[in-house]
Design a binder for this molecule. Structure first.
Ligand code: ZN
Length: 55
């Protein structure tokens, strides 16, 4: 996996559980891009917030 913005592979993955879903926050060490992934792939921030609101 690599950063969608700068293509580096220096990523920090933080796994957490929100509202019963397993989600991962990926953070790029090089350009500071951040994004979320769920079990089904990329997760828009709006969905993460939805899960958090339900939790
Ligand atoms: Zn990056």
């Amino acid at each position: 996996m690599h950063c969608p913005r700068c293509r580096t592979r220096q990523l920090v993955m933080i796994e957490m559980h929100i509202g019963g879903e397993s989600v991962r926050m990926a953070s790029c060490s090089a350009c500071d891009a951040r994004w979320w992934e769920g079990t089904d792939g990329a997760l828009p921030l709006a969905e993460v917030l939805d899960l958090a609101a339900q939790a």
